[in-house]
Design a protein around this ligand. Structure first.
Ligand SMILES: Nc1ncnc2c1ncn2[C@@H]1O[C@H](COP(=O)(O)OP(=O)(O)OP(=O)(O)O)[C@@H](O)[C@H]1O
Length: 250
């Protein structure tokens, strides 16, 4: 088991944003988390990467407790996060955005004496190729399409070689073709990393869901099951998908 979560809870101003009894992820598993707005999905990822401090619970990653550790330490332990909003540096090229990420991850001290070698250059080029940006390394990140910016963000996470990747709504705002390519990318990534994806687009969820889909509602675990089990579950339909929606998708 790579990630083991028990009784994790946090409240904001008296409102329970998350109250998760149990959640586990295996090595090289791709897990999708779905649920209505305000269900606590992003809060869960915020806790896993150390951005938000919970009120209580247990989270072990690779056998080590992560609660109470700083974001930097958690990143070093192997949890990488891609946020929903692209935050690449628009005035730097794709290559330099990726290089910067490698330098930052190596730590400030090493960064000061950092010299780019062929190994790093090759790695950046191969990751760029993997995310479909191989031919755009010299482009300014600000000139990329929305979808390409998201891929650059994913590339930045891949460069840190995390054991677990947390990816928040990767397909939001993407064209159908970009969404499909993103699904293929995430599926490939899950051969070498564990991946948790938050997603609303059920077509996309269907494409990427491998084993389990987790449904959160009002901060709590409503159910876990295969894509079909989740899509046909009365409680999920009532609290999230809606009857009209599921009828359309079938
Ligand atoms: N930093 C914060 N301060 C106060 N309330 C917060 C904070 N972060 C989240 N919340 C509240 O916690 C609850 C869960 O929010 P969260 O963003 O985790 O839900 P979500 O499932 O990711 O929703 P969405 O699909 O809209 O992104 C919401 O009621 C939200 O308003």
């Amino acid at each position: 088991m790579l990630l083991n979560v028990k009784n994790l809870h946090v409240s904001f101003g008296g409102v329970k944003a998350l109250n998760l009894s149990a959640f586990n992820i295996q090595q090289n598993e791709l897990r999708v988390i779905i649920g209505p707005n305000g269900a606590g999905k992003s809060t869960f990822m915020d806790i896993l990467c150390g951005k938000t401090k919970p009120n209580g619970g247990d989270v072990t990653f690779n056998g080590e407790e992560i609660l109470g550790k700083k974001e930097v330490r958690i990143a070093q332990m192997g949890i990488g996060r891609k946020f929903q909003k692209p935050s690449v540096f628009p005035s730097l090229s794709v290559f330099d955005n990726m290089l910067l990420s490698v330098r930052m991850h190596k730590g400030l001290l090493t960064s000061m004496f950092f010299k780019m070698n062929t190994e790093i250059k090759d790695r950046i080029e191969s990751v760029a190729e993997m995310v479909g940006l191989g031919k755009h390394l010299e482009l300014l990140a600000g000139n990329l399409s929305h979808g390409q910016k998201q891929w650059l963000e994913i590339a930045i996470v891949i460069l840190q070689d995390p054991k677990l990747m947390l990816i928040d709504e990767p397909a939001a705002g993407m064209s159908d073709e970009e969404t499909y390519k993103t699904g293929e990318l995430l599926t490939n990534l899950s051969k070498k990393h564990s991946v948790i994806v938050i997603e609303h687009d059920m077509g996309f969820v269907k494409q990427i869901a491998q084993n389990l889909v987790t449904v959160l509602v009002r901060g709590q675990l409503l159910m876990e099951g295969s894509f079909d089990q989740v899509r046909n579950d009365e409680r999920v339909i009532d609290s999230y998908l809606g009857r009209a929606n599921t009828a359309l998708e079938k």
